[in-house]
Design a protein around this ligand. Sequence first.
Ligand SMILES: NC(=O)c1ccc[n+]([C@@H]2O[C@H](COP(=O)([O-])OP(=O)(O)OC[C@H]3O[C@@H](n4cnc5c(N)ncnc54)[C@H](O)[C@@H]3O)[C@@H](O)[C@H]2O)c1
Length: 255
Amino acid sequence: MSLKLFDLTGRTALITGSSRGLGRAMAEGLAACGAKVVLNGSNEARLAQAVDEMRAAGFAAEGACFDVTDETAICTAFDRFDAEGLEIDILVNNAGIQFRKPMLELDTADWQRVIDVNLTSAFVIGREAAKRMAQRGSGKVINIGSLTSDLARATVAPYTVAKGGIKMLTKAMAAEWGELGIQSNAIAPGYMLTDMNEALVSNPDFDAWVKGRTPMRRWGKPEELAGLAIFLASDASNYVSGQLIFADGGMSSVL
Ligand SMILES: NC(=O)c1ccc[n+]([C@@H]2O[C@H](COP(=O)([O-])OP(=O)(O)OC[C@H]3O[C@@H](n4cnc5c(N)ncnc54)[C@H](O)[C@@H]3O)[C@@H](O)[C@H]2O)c1
């Protein structure tokens, strides 16, 4: 066994929604293993700051500002990558939003928005990345699922459906793109300490529920996803495809 298996030197990774949170932590992990990272976000100023911080930390980083639901902007970004000779070897479809409301009160527009950001974006960006990966005969797609890829929870129906869809999109990509040299896998994080969960972390009842329900008795830290992202992005996972892997402190394994 050699650490070379995990070496990402010479590879370029695009991570969507990576100016903060889990996307940022995974970008830092991939960059620490030698990858050049292309950070993405829809807020130009926040993205520029994240790129500056990554560079100041000694990493090779660039920014690609686009909204993951804007197909025209996505295609323009990939055209720019082509023009600049930037080959995306690793795609992490991470951008996501949450919206909590009981289904009986849920507007169709809010349902659709959550599906568009969390699921359809992964298909569109995945397709554009995979077209280029296929020409080179190799590539890694990592989609970010959730505990709700497998388990439902009240008040988050569109998120649950989107993340369940991420699990099956990952398998569909593996089915169609395996022969092109592309592996597609998904990471399903448990309850992690990020801005998305601010309201839940500061709610004592919910905090106690998470800790009681998680065998490891704590929330996950964003940097604890990096190892799995590195594994799935690297040669160490070259015969792994179509899998959804939980990083959840054991929550999905217990009743
Ligand atoms: N935090 C958790 O406990 C948890 C658990 C399971 C899965 N996830 C998933 O992990 C991913 C990251 O979540 P996080 O906790 O870091 O959340 P976060 O809110 O901190 O980060 C999400 C990022 O996505 C970006 N984003 C949102 N909509 C976008 C759009 N339309 N275009 C471009 N960027 C957009 C945001 O600006 C932000 O940078 C999401 O897919 C989320 O569903 C999170």
